[in-house]
Design a protein around this ligand. Structure first.
Ligand SMILES: Cc1ncc(COP(=O)(O)O)c(C=O)c1O
Length: 394
């Protein structure tokens, strides 16, 4: 199999897997227990916290372990909303192509009387900092903008966006689930107040993540119970997964530049090869995007059929995010960048990594070209397009 769906999840690295097994075998104590066996588990959790904090330029006290990206997003947004509400500030700014962990949390807050402004992400999938500045109001309590989009991979001008929030005294949260472990992030340099991350997107285990919250932001706990994580997240810590997450992040951080150079080169060849297919388009900015992300639309086909035929050829890809494939609605991300419904239906997301070879890239290009041609040959929509009954959009 050629696995080209690393935005959905990544394979655990050997280093992370070994740490996870070793911790589960040898240090399975409860970190809250006072005897040595428990305290050893606690030390492992604290060492992981210190390592992760070091990699993102934070203090260990600013890292809270969670079950992953969704939980971190929920906790960050709900915390800022509660802090804002206490000051009579109930306006939140985000954008139209966030992950549903953000958008649905914001919808829930709207039902509780918060007002949400969603910024346009434009055709290139990038927010204009001037538009953020113009949207900030006296009663804005939070700006939440993702670091990199999970479908089209575009990277936001986070440093600038954070700077604007700082200047206006507004909390700035970023969902960096797709970026952590793939690009260098220093939370202070980037003016980030809160940041969500998820281990399974950077070769760590599923069900583990963290939330960075700058000192002074008192996180509200989503889960009532024991006083783990200094009362910010009740529940016995998943010690093996936390240790494995730190190991995965450390390994990725050490090789970010080297990996990024290799993967970017292959991604660009992949995009170039696929754009040779007539009536195709790249979704999102060609440069400001994650190293491994290629997302394209092909007019006159259904993304779902494309995926199934690629699967037959041993290629694992996606038509959008893993969470929305299976639904027949076109991706909200592609609609947000202005793709027409019909075009958005013919999308393909390929997310490669350093294990992808140049030979794999050529095979993917060849396979997609062949499958798109085949699908078009029996598509009534394509027939209408080539006979002029319908106008081409691309
Ligand atoms: C941008 C983004 N945010 C949040 C999530 C949710 O993360 P998790 O699966 O760890 O809950 C994902 C997962 O696809 C994501 O891509």
């Amino acid at each position: 199999m050629i696995y080209a769906d690393n935005a959905a999840t990544t394979k655990m690295s050997d280093a992370a897997l070994n740490v996870m097994i070793q911790t589960a075998k040898e240090n399975w104590g409860n970190p809250s227990s006072l005897y040595t066996h428990g305290q050893r588990a606690k030390e492992i959790v604290e060492k992981a916290r210190e390592d992760i904090a070091g990699i993102i330029g934070a203090d260990r006290s600013e890292i809270t372990f969670t079950s992953g990206g969704s939980e971190s997003d929920n906790q960050a947004i709900l915390t800022a909303a509660m802090l804002g509400e206490a000051k009579g500030k109930k306006h939140i700014i985000s954008d139209t192509f966030e992950h549903h962990a953000v958008l649905h949390t914001l919808s829930a807050l709207e039902k509780k009387g918060f007002e949400v402004t969603l910024l346009d992400v434009h055709e290139n999938g990038i927010i204009d900092p001037a538009e953020l500045e113009a949207a900030i109001r006296e009663d804005t309590c939070l700006v939440t903008i993702m670091f990199a989009n999970n479908e089209i991979g575009t990277i936001q001008p986070i440093k600038q966006l954070g700077q604007i929030c700082r200047a206006h005294g507004v909390i700035f949260h970023t969902d960096a689930v797709q970026a952590v472990g793939h690009v260098h992030i220093n939370v202070n340099e980037y003016n980030i107040d809160m940041m969500s991350a998820s281990a399974h997107k950077f070769n760590g285990p599923k069900g583990a993540g963290f939330l960075y919250a700058k000192k002074g932001i008192g996180l509200s706990s989503l889960i009532e119970g024991g006083s783990q994580e200094k009362g910010k997240r009740a529940g016995t810590e998943n010690v093996p997964a936390i240790a494995a997450m730190a190991a995965a992040l450390k390994e990725n951080a050490d090789k970010t530049d080297e990996r990024s150079a290799i993967v970017t080169k292959m991604r660009d060849r992949l995009i170039e090869g696929l754009l040779a297919i007539p009536h195709s388009v790249l979704n999102g900015d060609a440069k400001s995007r994650l190293p491994g992300n290629a997302n394209l639309c092909f007019e006159g086909i259904e993304g779902e059929s494309l995926l199934l035929l690629l699967d037959d050829k041993g290629i694992a890809a996606s038509s959008g995010s893993a969470c929305t494939s299976g639904s027949l609605d076109p991706s909200h991300v592609l609609l947000a960048i202005g793709r027409a419904h019909d075009v958005a239906h013919g999308s393909l997301r390929l997310t490669i990594n350093e294990e992808t070879s140049e030979k794999d890239i050529e095979y993917i290009i060849e396979s997609v070209t062949e499958v798109v041609e085949r699908l078009r040959s029996f598509s009534p929509v394509w027939r209408d397009l080539i006979t002029g009954k319908r106008q081409f959009v691309l």
